[in-house]
Design a binder for this molecule. Structure first.
Ligand code: G6P
Length: 613
């Protein structure tokens, strides 16, 4: 949440900052701003998106080879010009951009007001800028020391970039809880909330750790621990492999549509190199060392948020069905606040596309103290969660930019399926034949996805027919119940239509009261062991004149007699039906949102990476 980008070197910083902010806009787009150092510090900032900032700066002085930028997802203070970052300290000595939340800001603000400070914004960040300035002026210390002293007084989370007008030629960065990556070039450095603004300039990066402060100049980086300035650290440089093409829309009108269409490839990328040449055994190098603990675990707890939480629910079905291990799925945000019973016999899996979700990271840290083994399923290599778990499996879905997650979801399920099949084999729950058949079945899924995507024209027509609905229901049973939840979430997120997902039989316990001739009900009804029961639920909807959009197995003529619309998927093993049935729901949400004129890639109020609690 909130994106930070900064540059220190010899080039003109402004175009690098603007391009970087555009790449980070998925983290928040309530306002944008830059500060440029060229003899003095110039700030341009405004409510709205990066394109608004470009308009504002169009005729302005934009020179300067040191600068920083910010794109905001508002926490403290409404989205407005004045609340946009960078924030200036009262006497103008410091400028700060911040991602995170300063929890004790009210207390610090009162203290500073008593010392004569006047505040111009509602933000917690301005408090920090003034606190650093106050220490700098009172204690006659360097900007770096003033920053460190100020941060020791702060409770909360931050990724920070700081410029001091009296100390030109340097940028200060600090991290606690909110990610920061330093890109290492030749005589130049980049700083950003993730690697995306950096990858076209360098593949060498340093992931900052919590409680680290860096002073960055064109000549080098001075990295220290916040509480121990004698402890200069040698930064660990990692080489990242991300292709610049993956952050292009490649002709699609939106990233979300591109990412929906990529799923045959992204699922194949997820299992590539992890399935034996004969196509029927799984190797997961990332969890090899902890395999004995996985086999012996008395229970698996999966924590996640949002779409990743829905993947976790699919994981529950997969692990219980194919490996016969009890599984509990928890919202990461609830997990640590209810004193969970967990010990070293348990295994916790954290699922996160970004690897930075604050609640999921906090759940990992909470579980760490219990002695449980902790695994990560993340998409972003080098992310905080991937670095704080004992072992893990990257989803390798490629960069996902659309705020509504699509391909990351199917790749997460692919990893969970591989883990469940492998564990089922190791625990001798699955016969060798059943294990091999399941793995081989998974490798056939990408080949089926084109068949599902071929229904897009039909889905677009359906979307146009139902675009004015005010409510929608999504029903599924068994392993498809989480897919119903995900379908409802997708529609809510990007089209702003209220939607709810339910296990189909639960409909009778309340949601059925909503059904009338205006109400679209999307029912996941492939030919699985619960098909007949699902058909009964469809009849219940039709008896109340609801409109049924069924996702059914190709060639099922009977369902056409009942449903208003039928979208077909190829026949497949039940284990893989979430991977195929979710795609029509993603496309339906997408086309409804487009038909309603919504901003699909940047829906209101949302951010892709939620780095505050
Ligand atoms: C936000 C995003 C969702 C995502 C969720 C969890 O709400 O908008 O798309 O599913 O965060 O994110 P994570 O990166 O942990 O999977």
């Amino acid at each position: 949440m909130c994106g930070i980008v900064a540059y220190v070197g010899e080039r003109t910083a402004y175009p690098i900052l603007i391009k970087g902010l555009q790449r980070l806009e998925y983290r928040g787009y309530d306002s944008a701003g830059v500060a440029l150092f060229n003899g003095e510090i110039r700030v341009y900032k405004c409510k709205g998106r990066v394109k608004e900032l470009q308009l504002l700066a169009r005729d302005k002085e934009i020179d300067g080879s040191i600068g920083m930028g910010h794109t905001r997802w508002a926490t403290h203070g409404e989205p407005s010009d004045v609340n946009a970052h960078p924030h200036r300290s009262m006497h103008g000595t410091f400028h700060v951009v911040h991602n995170g939340v300063i929890e004790n800001h009210a207390h610090l603000r009162r203290e500073l007001v008593n010392r004569g400070y006047i505040f111009h914004t509602d933000t917690d960040t301005e408090v920090l800028a003034n606190l650093i300035e106050e220490i700098y002026r009172e204690q006659h210390v360097s900007a770096e020391v003033a920053t460190r002293l100020a941060l020791t007084r702060v409770v909360g989370a931050y990724g920070l970039a700081i410029l001091c007008e009296e100390e030109p030629g340097q940028l200060i960065a600090a991290r606690k809880g909110s990610p920061l990556v330093i890109g290492v070039g030749e005589g130049e450095y980049f700083l950003a909330s993730d690697a995306m603004p950096i990858i076209e300039y360098t593949d060498r990066v340093i992931y900052m750790n919590d409680d680290e402060v860096a002073v960055i100049t064109p000549g080098g980086i001075d990295l220290k621990h916040l509480y121990n300035d004698n402890d200069a650290k040698t930064p660990e440089i990692t080489t990242i492999r991300v292709h610049i093409d993956s952050i292009d829309k490649e002709g699609y009108p939106h990233f979300m549509l591109k990412e929906i269409h990529e799923q045959a490839r992204s699922i194949a990328d997820t299992f590539r190199g992890r399935v034996s040449a004969d196509g029927n055994k799984v190797f997961l190098g990332g969890i090899l060392d902890v395999m004995p603990r996985l086999i012996e675990a008395r229970r698996i707890i999966i924590v996640a948020c949002g779409t990743s939480w829905h993947a976790a629910l699919v994981g529950e079905y997969l692990f219980e069905e194919y490996a016969r291990v009890p599984v509990e799925v928890e919202y990461a945000s609830e997990f640590r606040y209810r004193n969970p019973i967990i010990d070293e016999r348990d295994l916790l899996i954290a699922i996160s596309q970004s690897g930075e979700t604050a609640d999921t990271l906090a759940a990992v840290r909470h579980a760490r103290a219990s002695g449980a083994t902790i695994l990560g399923i993340c998409n972003v290599a080098g992310s905080s969660i991937s670095r704080e778990t004992d072992a893990g499996v990257y989803t390798r879905a490629g960069i996902e930019i659309g705020v509504a997650s699509t391909k990351a979801f199917t790749s997460q399920i692919t990893v969970l399926a591989m883990m469940a099949f492998l564990l089922g084999n190791k625990r001798q729950v699955l016969s060798p034949e059943a294990y091999h058949a399941l793995v081989a079945g998974l490798t056939r899924v990408p080949g089926m996805i084109d068949g599902v995507l071929a229904t897009e024209g039909q889905i677009k027509e359906i979307a146009n027919r139902y675009k004015d609905a005010t409510n929608a229901l999504f029903l599924g049973r068994g392993i498809l119940f989480p897919v119903a939840l995900e379908g409802a979430l997708k529609l809510k997120e990007i089209s702003y239509i209220h939607a709810g997902g339910y296990p189909a039989a639960e409909m009778k316990h309340g949601p059925i009261a909503l059904i009338d001739e205006e109400m679209p009900v999307v029912v996941l009804a492939p030919n699985d062991k619960l098909y007949e029961k699902t058909i009964s639920n469809i009849q219940e909807v039709k008896a109340r004149r609801g409109k049924v959009i069924a996702i059914a197995t190709r060639g099922n003529a009977a369902i056409r007699e009942l449903a208003d619309e039928v979208i077909e998927i190829p026949p497949c093993d039940e284990a893989f039906s979430p991977l195929l049935t979710v795609i029509p729901l993603q496309l339906l949400a997408y086309h409804v949102a487009v038909a309603r004129g919504c901003d699909v890639d940047q829906p209101r109020n949302l951010a892709k990476s939620v780095t505050v609690e």
